[in-house]
Design a protein around this ligand. Structure first.
Ligand SMILES: [Zn+2]
Length: 249
């Protein structure tokens, strides 16, 4: 009886692992494919992304949002500023509208509470803690092994080793929680994005944009899975605390 239960658990874990690895490797290509497709689809309203931002800005933000230029593929939102590349600004594609609406979604989050700012603060802390992760784990393991093999037999060494290892694990869990919180924030920004898009686009176009934003979110899940499985060496390397600059989303 117990044998079957254990076999069942192992099989379930193996299936889950395969599924997670499949999601991790599929997500980026899937997003790129959808992005390329929508990048060549013009919106039916005939509006330029720049005009769209200006309209939403004056209607929903009282014109308070500032617009800045950034490099291609680096469109983002940071406190009160929507930064877009020249290509995004001058585009009338559904992809550009979807991306820019998502950034405006972050602007709405920022305007209506402090969740986004708190998250940025946590991410900054996370990035600092991230530097200590590997050294703490290594020191923890080395001290524990030296104690086990009686090289350093005093009890303090195993205690110190345990504390270092524990702190390392704590940082790891913190990274996972932060990534999960980030996904929730990204999801909410995309929900707000669809509200903005509905003011201009047909329901079919909105659903295409929704599809693109969902596939973008899947890359965040992939990042979480890669971090979660990083110790198994089955996945590619992923930064524990995603390399987004501080105070940007
Ligand atoms: Zn975002």
């Amino acid at each position: 009886m117990w044998t079957w239960i254990i076999v069942g658990i192992v099989v379930a874990l193996a299936v889950l692992l395969c599924f997670a690895l499949a999601v991790a490797s599929f997500s980026f290509d899937n997003y790129k494919d959808k992005l390329e497709k929508l990048d060549s689809t013009r919106n039916s309203f005939g509006i330029l992304t720049l005009q769209y931002v200006a309209t939403i800005n004056s209607k929903h933000f009282g014109g308070r949002l500032k617009l800045a230029k950034c490099r291609e593929w680096q469109d983002h939102y940071s406190t009160g500023v929507v930064a877009l590349s020249e290509k995004t600004m001058q585009s009338n594609s559904l992809a550009s509208l979807a991306i820019v609406s998502h950034e405006l979604g972050h602007a709405r989050q920022d305007a209506s509470g402090d969740t986004l700012k708190k998250h940025w603060k946590m991410r900054r802390t996370g990035r600092i803690c991230g530097f200590f992760f590997l050294p703490l784990i290594i020191v923890g393991i080395v001290l524990s092994l030296l104690w086990v093999f009686d090289v350093l037999p005093e009890i303090y060494y195993i205690i110190a080793g345990g504390i270092c290892f524990g702190l390392g694990i704590f940082i790891f869990i913190f990274a996972i929680i932060l990534k999960y919180k980030e996904i929730k924030i990204e999801k909410e920004a995309s929900v707000f994005a669809l509200v903005f898009l509905r003011e201009f686009l047909t329901e079919q176009e909105v659903s295409l944009c929704d599809d693109l934003l969902k596939s973008a979110r899947l890359t965040y899940w992939a990042s979480l899975i890669r971090t979660l499985l990083s110790w198994t060496f089955l996945t590619g390397k992923d930064n524990m605390f995603r390399l987004v600059e501080n105070n940007k989303s």
